[in-house]
Design a protein around this ligand. Structure first.
Ligand SMILES: Cc1cc2nc3c(=O)[nH]c(=O)nc-3n(C[C@H](O)[C@H](O)[C@H](O)COP(=O)(O)OP(=O)(O)OC[C@H]3O[C@@H](n4cnc5c(N)ncnc54)[C@H](O)[C@@H]3O)c2cc1C
Length: 553
């Protein structure tokens, strides 16, 4: 813990210097002594300390100051530091104000001027107060703090991004934590915009976009060069697999993701079927290992950068990033995966990111301790989500449209769900309505067989209902199937004919798209088995085909 602060405030310079000198003489070994010459200046300094999360042990303020009296200052300061000891320095004439403050602001002591000799009239009192403070103080958290509300979608996005990037942070819920509310109000001139992110250097970001946040936390957000041998779009298992093989085989490789690295797998609480991890591995852990491995081998990973455009000029491929910049390469791998299909129920969009979540939202589960949550969907991802949530929530209801999980979920997960007391399965159902004010309060569940509807109070809904491909950016460049998945290899040959505009005298390679030198890997491909191992394998195979392609250009 940084040295705790003792702050003294007085508008009369000779009094301020005298008390500061006495404080230095006795306390400077264990405390930092800070002076301020007015209540307003002191309040600004206190706000700055709060942004850094520096501990303040004691505030010693003169009562009689123009603009802001000592009591007025303490009243404001303790909103940010409710546990700090407060002492008022008074003249005899101000005794009444001091006594009134004992109740009004919980004043710990009032000290009459002059305080000579300090050994008798100052130090014994302050020693007592400081030892009290030391006995009760909580060690302040000295990392990144995110302040917001559980119901705010942008707070959720920031937390997810930090959690998925393995950046530790402390969550401050301003609806439950009065100190955090004070900090937010003090930093926002009364019109708080959320979330606010406080950094140990005292700076703060207000509702930042992910790239600004990524830059601030020291992640790589700028490409090192304008041209690469291999650009991979998407840092899920397929993209990271490609990055490991590409970089280790000597290709100048960059992998770009609009979010944190890890893709869907990164949101999984426990992947149990990936080879080599007999006890399973969390998506976060797998991502950390994979990104470290890819970077150690020389791949660049750019996160919080969406690829918004793609064009081909001769043998070169150009990708446009959201900030308008362009990177080019010899070969490109599209590994943009899929996202969860949206649930179409009127009004649900108002709650997304705050009580309605797509996917596991592992950073949020902990906030639903002892609450009732609903999981919608019957595939493995829903099963894993339900198992994870059952560790926190008092009740997890899994709603599915079919009449059993048999056809859609792996046996090991069905067994786990059946053996978990606080999970129940509701079959043949659909959510047909949602309601709530600031947050979701209830859903209406309709039985598709009987047509019966029933309202259920819930605290949160986690949705896992199938996938749509992330292919908007490549539409019109490579051939897609009706659902938007990318055709590759032999799927492009129809009636023995190669794709339109294909000029080479060979068929497309196994994972090659309808454009030579552009490959696709993982869930984004047409007809693929959607698994972590399968995506990683395709990332590796894509790289071997990139080598073959490069031999021809
Ligand atoms: C909750 C959950 C649990 C799962 N559990 C398992 C399991 O236990 N076992 C198993 O085998 N499989 C599991 N899966 C499936 C597995 O995670 C996927 O098959 C795998 O992640 C697919 O990898 P991918 O790299 O192809 O795509 P994704 O993982 O979808 O990654 C694609 C990446 O591309 C990025 N991207 C998309 N568009 C752009 C763009 N325009 N610009 C930049 N970046 C972009 C996305 O942000 C994303 O990070 C699970 C899936 C989920 C959702």
């Amino acid at each position: 813990m940084a040295k705790p602060i003792i702050m003294t405030i007085d508008d009369e310079p000779h009094v301020l210097n005298a008390i500061a000198r006495d404080l230095q003489a006795h306390y400077q070994k264990d405390y930092r002594i800070v002076k301020a010459s007015s209540g307003t200046e002191a309040l600004e300094t206190v706000q700055e300390f709060k942004r850094r999360n520096d501990p303040i042990a004691l505030l010693l303020a003169d009562q009689r100051m123009p603009a802001m009296s000592g009591t007025e200052f303490l009243e404001e300061a303790i909103k940010l530091y409710p546990e700090t000891k407060r002492v008022l320095l008074t003249a005899y004439a101000d005794t009444d104000a001091a006594i009134a403050s004992i109740n009004a602001i919980g004043l710990d002591y009032y000290l009459m001027k002059p305080w000579d000799p300090p050994e008798e009239r100052l130090y014994p009192v302050l020693d007592d107060l400081l030892s009290d403070w030391l006995a009760s103080v909580r060690v302040p958290y000295d990392g990144i703090r995110v302040a917001g509300t559980l119901w705010s979608a942008s707070s959720h996005n920031v937390k997810e991004f930090l959690a998925r990037s393995q950046i530790p942070y402390q969550w401050l819920d301003i609806e439950k934590d009065i100190e955090a509310l004070g900090l937010v109000e003090a930093t926002s001139d009364g019109r708080p915009q959320l979330p606010m992110i406080f950094f140990p250097d005292g700076s703060a970001l207000v509702d930042p976009d992910l790239r600004t946040l990524a830059e601030k936390v020291g992640m790589s957000t700028k490409p090192r060069q304008p041209f690469y041998d291999l650009i991979i779009i998407g840092a899920g298992p397929a993209g990271l697999g490609g990055a490991v093989y590409g970089a280790s085989e000597g290709l100048r490789t960059v992998v770009i993701d609009k979010d944190a690295a890890g893709g869907q797998a990164g949101t999984s609480a426990r992947i149990e079927n990936y080879l080599g991890f007999p006890l399973g591995i969390s998506g976060a852990d797998l991502t950390r290992r994979a990104t470290t491995q890819a970077q150690r081998l020389g791949a660049e990973i750019l996160t919080a950068h969406e690829v918004t455009g793609l064009r081909v000029e001769g043998p070169y491929k150009f990708v446009t990033l959201q900030d308008g910049s362009e990177l080019s390469c010899h070969a490109l791998v599209i590994a943009t995966g899929v996202k969860v299909r949206e649930l179409r129920v009127p009004g649900i969009e108002d709650f997304v990111g705050g009580s309605v979540y797509y996917g596991a939202a592992t950073s949020e589960a902990v906030h639903y301790k002892d609450k009732k949550v609903v999981v919608i969907g019957g595939a493995n991802s829903a099963g894993q989500g339900a198992m994870f949530l059952s560790r926190f929530a008092s009740e997890v209801k899994v709603l599915i449209r079919k009449d059993s999980l048999q056809a859609s979920m792996s046996r090991y997960l069905i067994d786990q769900i059946e053996a978990t007391e606080n999970i129940s399965l509701v079959v043949n159902t659909e959510v047909t309505a949602v309601e709530g004010k600031d947050r979701l309060e209830a859903i209406t569940i309709t039985n598709s067989k009987s047509g019966e509807s029933k309202k259920e109070p819930v605290d949160a809904v986690f949705i896992f209902i199938g996938a749509v491909p992330h292919t908007g950016v490549v539409e019109g460049v490579v051939e897609l199937d009706e659902a938007g998945f990318i055709y590759t290899g032999q799927d492009l040959i129809r009636d023995g004919k190669r794709p339109k505009n294909w000029k080479l005298r060979r068929d497309p390679f196994l994972l090659e798209t309808s454009v030579p030198g552009i490959f696709a890997a993982g869930d984004v491909r047409h007809g693929v088995i959607r698994r972590v191992a399968s995506a990683v394998g395709q990332g590796a195979v894509a790289v071997s085909l990139v080598h073959k392609y490069l031999e021809t250009v």
